[in-house]
Design a protein around this ligand. Sequence first.
Ligand SMILES: [Ca+2]
Ligand SMILES: [Ca+2]
Ligand SMILES: [Ca+2]
Length: 252
Amino acid sequence: MNQTLTGAALGSLLGLAALGAPHGAAAETLYSTDFSGPAAVAGGVTAVVDAGGGVVQNVGAGVPGYYTGDVFRNATGGSGSPGDVSSWSLSGIGAHDLIDVSFTLAFLDSWDSDNGSPSPDDLQIFLDDVEVLRLTSAGASGTNVFLGGGTEVAFGALFNSAGFFYDQDRIVDMSTAPALRFAHTASTLKLSIRASGAGWQGGDDESWGIDNLTITSLSRAGAVPEPATWAMMILGFGGVGATVRRRRLRLA
Ligand SMILES: [Ca+2]
Ligand SMILES: [Ca+2]
Ligand SMILES: [Ca+2]
């Protein structure tokens, strides 16, 4: 019984530590853009964008809230795979423990999944030059759709008004992708995206776009627990101590 109590007390302490993080965590928006003007960049942070042949274009209403107005589109690679890499590099990031990357991803035109023809068509996402997601969309052919935990918000229409080819665009909210919220402490961060694959045709046949790109840092190190959390922690420690004392008494 005493051991159960001790375990519960320790468990509650660990639970409090985990639960306390989001409430006390300091979040800072490092970089944010809807592509309709200059990006908002946090003080002290430097952002370098390598468009890799991508361009900003206007898609009108598009998918309101997700992929609308000015967007970024990469339609390179018409002469073969892979397409050119588009990257966003930040430096001068202050102390932090976590990074959250969020954006709307658009599979544009006639993607053929990994089991259509010709396929596979891959959309690769890299963080600090490490591939963390390999996604695909079934538009013109194929059946598999890999969104890496991203949430589909629209499919089956033409949301890419410039560079028209095929009306099977798929618009995905990547803010729900677990791989894009990750432990990170370095002062630099690089997000890279490209399309590739043995069946990827590129150009206006299989292009991609993004909108509403936001990169946020979160810090637990400087977070101060709220008074209620402290009170519960002290109670928890007291409980552990009392349990240990009772066990010692019994042993003696
Ligand atoms: Ca936009
Ligand atoms: Ca195709
Ligand atoms: Ca293809």
